[in-house]
Design a binder for this molecule. Structure first.
Ligand code: CP
Length: 296
């Protein structure tokens, strides 16, 4: 998306925040729309956030997960989605293991499809909500340098954060060991650099996003034993950040691995729950936009 489109979504999300906080009702987007949530990979935040967004818009959600569904009998992702669409839902929200899965579904159904995370590929609403939380704290992302630390190669959040942050004028430093941050990731954009050390770049940071090690997506399924020593956000390490620098994590966090308890509990810096709050508003804005596109 172009900067203007990202900004339009974030502006609308900001206007919808009172509806998330329960201080104002949102306007209904359409008479009795039903959204199908097809979540074939585990989720806490994204699924409940989309459900909450749909309820706040005065609409209904029907949700399915892989457990208890006919995917256990071998039904494919696309067939599953086509069947849910055939029930007459007005939109689909899809999380799946397959990179590109949401786009494949969008080619097959006649209703809007929102990608809620597809394999290692992208997690667009997470990228938008992280930008919303940062914009709310920093005012603007223009000219800021944001560190994204961790298992970048396996991270759909990192990819979507890169797109949203750089669209808003920020520069990004991708930080982690060479096995998790290959040099070629710098080619994702002209304002992106790679660092295989964290400590020397801490003083450049205007914000830090730390990521979960994606054990389920690595071939070994383990975390390198020296990861915390080199890249974990410990209390000591955070003392080398400027006082006002916020810390984000998309969740779920591996406490004591990529981030320590004391950093997660530091309300002056840690935006984790603020990210979740902005996430509902961003998803309301995205769903409104999808439905406006569908009817326009
Ligand atoms: N941030 C995020 O996608 O969390 P869930 O996997 O719990 O949805």
């Amino acid at each position: 998306m172009e900067r203007t489109e990202v900004e339009a979504i974030l502006d609308r999300a900001e206007a919808l925040l009172p509806a998330v906080d329960g201080t104002r009702k949102a306007t209904q987007i359409q008479e009795s729309a039903v959204f199908g949530l097809v979540f074939l990979e585990d989720s806490t935040r994204t699924r409940l956030s989309f459900e909450t967004a749909i309820h706040r818009l005065g609409q209904r959600a029907v949700a399915m997960t892989s457990t208890g569904s006919s995917t256990s009998k071998g039904e494919s992702l696309v067939d599953t989605a086509r069947n849910v669409a055939a029930m007459g839902v007005q939109g689909l929200v899809v999380r799946c293991r397959q990179s590109g899965g949401a786009a494949r579904i969008a080619d097959e159904v006649d209703v809007p499809v929102v990608n809620a995370g597809d394999g290692r590929h992208e997690h667009p609403t997470q990228g938008l909500l992280d930008a919303a939380a940062l914009r709310s704290r920093l005012g603007s992302l223009e000219g800021r340098r944001i560190l994204i630390v961790g298992d970048i190669g396996n991270s759909r959040v990192a990819r979507s954060d890169i797109y949203s942050f750089t669209a808003l004028g920020a520069a990004v430093t991708l930080v982690g060991p060479p096995s998790m941050v290959p040099w070629h990731l710098a080619s994702l954009g002209h304002s992106i650099v790679v660092s295989h050390e964290l400590d020397p770049v801490l003083d450049q940071a205007d914000a830090v996003v730390t990521l979960r090690i994606q054990r389920e997506r690595s071939s070994s399924g383990t975390v390198p034993s020296d990861y915390r020593e080199g890249f974990g956000l410990t209390k000591d390490r955070c003392r080398n950040l400027r006082r006002e620098v916020p810390i984000l994590h998309p969740g779920p966090a591996n406490r004591g691995v990529e981030i320590d308890d004391g950093v997660l509990e530091d309300a002056s810096r840690c935006l984790v729950l603020d990210q979740v709050r902005h996430g509902v508003a961003v998803r309301m804005a995205v769903l409104e936009r999808a439905m406006a596109g569908a009817s326009g």
